[in-house]
Design a protein around this ligand. Structure first.
Ligand code: MTE
Length: 313
């Protein structure tokens, strides 16, 4: 990955019942592509499960078998709803992500408040199937819907001294039972170097499997950074701030020896407590080898040519 081959069927062309049966099985049983029903804007309002119509195949993606919808939406890390993998699906019903707005500010010429409708209209929505690798040693293949984060970044016009982007996510005790526990410093924050944030693989995601994001996957808007461990992909974002100095993420402050700023997927740099050389694809029995930059090396290695990946893990 990423392979510049469009998927044989767009996730947005699969209806929810087919989603549960899995893409492969669906294709086998129909033996044909489902043709897109009318293209257009959002069908229904943007709650989890609303179909995102009019998406188009993105230029990057893998053609590996998708992780079933059920696993993508019931095996999650979203500590604001609890630390067990099943907690987010169980508890995130209270998130109620509407209305929603993302504040974009800091070192930019045109700061602003973008409500969800504005974000959805900012750029054409793309289907992109990305392999995702969690730092804990498991991986999934997820069909995201979104567009390059750079579509937003170029509109706000970062100033010359903007070197990093900081993402802040929702921190609301009333809607997020997990933030009563001090397991992390809330709000959950993450950061990217500006060139990483502007990289064409970095997505602002609003959906998966052709539908709006389920709450447990970071509704209504999150980032997806496929060559980094999953924790860099912040969920339920409320603020995007452009800064000069490298921001400190929640994971860096919780355990600086274990979680660095870069967090590029790297089979040669072990986590202090476990190896990163192999991973378990959810749904598979045997482990597979982890790929440098999660297989995106062709696209992203150039950004790190002068970086000691052991020091800057
Ligand atoms: N974003 C927030 N706000 N809170 C979190 O706990 N967990 C991260 C990341 N984004 C997390 C978050 C981690 S550790 C992973 S692996 C991915 O979300 C999981 O995304 P998924 O559940 O959609 O697969």
């Amino acid at each position: 990955m990423p392979i510049t081959r469009p998927p044989d069927i767009l996730p947005s062309e699969i209806t929810p019942s087919e989603i549960y049966r899995g893409r492969r099985e669906f294709m086998r049983s129909t033996g044909a592509l489902a043709l897109a029903g009318g293209l257009g804007s959002l069908a229904g309002d943007a709650t989890a499960g609303a179909k995102l119509a009019g998406t188009r195949p993105g230029p990057y993606g893998t053609s590996e078998e998708l992780t079933p919808y059920k696993d993508v939406t019931t095996y999650n890390n979203f500590y604001e709803f609890g630390t067990d993998k099943a907690d987010p699906a169980r508890n995130a019903g209270s998130l109620n992500p509407h209305p929603w707005a993302v504040q974009v500010d800091g070192l930019v010429k045109r700061p602003g408040h973008y409500d969800l409708d504005a974000l959805l209209k900012l750029a054409p929505l793309e289907d992109r199937i990305y392999r995702m690798r969690c730092v804990e040693g498991w991986s999934m293949v997820i069909p995201w819907v979104g567009y390059p984060l750079d579509e937003l970044i170029r509109r706000v016009e970062p100033l010359g001294n903007a070197k990093y982007v900081e993402f802040t996510t929702l921190n609301d005790r009333a809607r997020m039972p997990g933030v009563r526990s001090p397991v992390l410093d809330w709000p959950y924050t993450e950061g990217l170097r500006l060139d990483e944030a502007r990289h064409p693989l970095t997505l602002l995601a609003v959906g998966l499997y052709g539908e709006t994001l389920p709450n447990q996957n970071g509704a209504p808007v999150r980032v997806v950074v496929p060559w980094k461990y999953g924790f860099k992909s912040a969920k339920s974002i409320v603020r995007i701030r452009f800064v000069e100095k490298q921001p400190e993420s929640s994971w860096m402050s919780a355990a600086p020896r274990e979680y660095g700023f870069y967090s590029n997927v790297n089979p040669d740099v072990d986590h202090p407590r476990w190896s990163q050389s192999r991973e378990r694809r959810i749904g598979e029995f045997f482990k597979r080898k982890t790929l440098l930059y999660n297989g995106c090396g062709e696209q992203v290695a150039g950004m790190y040519s002068n970086l000691d990946l052991r020091k800057y893990f």
